[in-house]
Write a protein that binds this ligand. Structure first.
Ligand code: ADP
Length: 415
């Protein structure tokens, strides 16, 4: 797991509950490494070959049963190291395809999986001359980022030019540029696919994808930016549509060559059926997995760990109640000084928790440039509609206080 992961405590708690010993591999040496030898491992994920070698050497002294990537940043190393140690895992090629949106589109197209039309351009291309060759509306995006960072819709040539320049500026931001030249050289331009969006959380075992949960996204995601907000499960779409969504995701996973472990996919549904927008070979990001619970009592991460060490997972089902999470929208850029109304939000019937994940005093950045979640609201109720209402009501109770040194403080509330 990268040191900036949101996923550490969920996986470590799952391992504790399942009685599975864990070695935490991170990209920086951990402060407590000497206190508990053999439980941590530092490797440079930006150099997957070297990181693989580090893991292989480590595993000689302390054999590993499985290597699980928690985030996109560790998907490549996990695949390479699993292959080197002959452990079950996705092939390196398929792992790389989930990290490169251009490669993914090519593989989906070759396999006939419904997915947006696309063209790719160099960051050095002149958007003004490209703009007359594009069909609108389109979506412009980097090939190598996640969490909707740098994903922008454009409906006409003028907005295309602006969006293209904005995407290339994001690709030049220091934290992105350090990923390497090849990855940050390309801009993907896709046809905009209208429709309702869903997210599928699944587990692949020997090439067979099992849907663990399908989330509806009740807020329209029509752009120009695509900020994720509410996820609700179970889906309220008709059963027949849900089946088609799962089939589409299964065909997508097969097209990408994914055979093992967690997948998280985004799909859009319209008259033509389900379209695969994106598939990641890891579990859901942020703290969102807290919305999922399985019976007999287990978390998503427990199922992932169980599968990885060869224990059965088929008997687990998502619990009966409806559940949901809201990724708290970021209304503007600025220093977040305080979030007021937390207790009032937590007191709403059905709300289980409200977590702010950006510490006070830190900068928040909205999409398309931003990359951190502001926080999460979790709710459970008998029906998805009640979960949705609880999430919206809790959100209305929150008041974000931004520090703006030049003009004094300003607050944004939804009351
Ligand atoms: P990321 O991996 O950064 O999340 P995606 O390609 O999944 O990037 O895009 C993020 C979101 O943007 C999607 O969940 C969807 O809402 C929207 N989006 C992306 N591409 C398209 C498209 N071609 N048509 C319609 N919406 C899109």
């Amino acid at each position: 797991m990268p040191t900036h992961t949101y996923r550490a405590s969920a996986f470590l708690e799952a391992a504790r509950r399942q009685g599975i010993e864990v070695v935490t591999g991170t990209d920086r040496r951990q402060a407590l490494a000497d206190q508990a030898p053999g439980t941590t491992l530092a490797a440079d994920f930006r150099d997957p070959e070297a990181a693989t070698q580090t893991i292989v050497v480590f595993a000689r002294a302390r054999p590993l049963a499985a290597i699980i990537p928690t985030d996109d940043d560790t998907v490549t190393v996990a695949a390479m190291a699993s292959a080197a140690l002959s452990l079950p895992g996705n092939s390196v090629e398929s792992a790389l395809a989930t990290l490169d949106k251009r490669k993914m589109r090519e593989m989906l197209r070759s396999a006939g999986v419904l997915s947006p039309e696309f063209q790719s351009f160099s960051v050095d291309d002149d958007p003004v001359s490209l703009s007359s060759r594009i069909r609108y509306p389109c979506v412009i995006k980097p090939t190598c980022l996640s969490a909707s960072r740098g994903v922008i819709r454009a409906d006409d040539p003028e907005r295309f030019v602006q969006a293209f320049r904005r995407v290339t500026a994001i690709l030049r931001m220091p934290d992105v540029a350090e990923r390497g030249r090849e990855e940050t050289r390309w801009v993907l331009v896709e046809s905009f696919v209208p429709g309702r969006e869903v997210a599928l959380e699944g587990l692949i075992d020997r090439g067979h994808l099992r849907a663990l949960s399908l989330f509806d996204k009740p807020d329209p995601l029509d752009g120009p930016f695509f900020e994720e907000t509410i996820y609700l499960t179970p889906s309220r779409l008709p059963e027949s549509v849900q089946q088609k969504i799962v089939q589409c995701a299964s065909r997508g996973a097969a097209a990408l060559g994914l055979t093992t472990g967690a997948v998280h996919a985004e799909l859009r549904v319209n008259e033509a059926g389900p379209w695969l927008i994106e598939m990641a070979s890891r579990s859901i990001g942020g703290l969102c997995s807290r919305a999922l619970r399985f019976e007999p009592e287990a978390s998503l991460e427990e199922l992932i760990l169980r599968q990885a060490v060869g224990r059965e997972t088929d008997s687990f089902r998502r619990e009966k109640p409806a559940a949901g999470v809201m990724m708290i929208p970021i209304p503007r850029a600025g220093i977040l000084e305080e979030v007021r109304g937390l207790e009032q939000a937590r007191a709403i019937a059905g709300v289980e928790d409200v977590v702010i994940s950006i510490p006070p005093g830190q900068q928040v950045v909205p999409l398309p440039e931003g990359k951190r979640y502001l926080g999460f609201i979790f709710a459970r109720a008998s029906h998805p509609a009640d979960v949705e209402a609880a999430l919206r009501e809790a959100h209305r109770r929150l008041e974000l206080v931004f520090g703006a040194p030049a003009e004094g403080s300003s607050a944004v509330s939804w009351g």
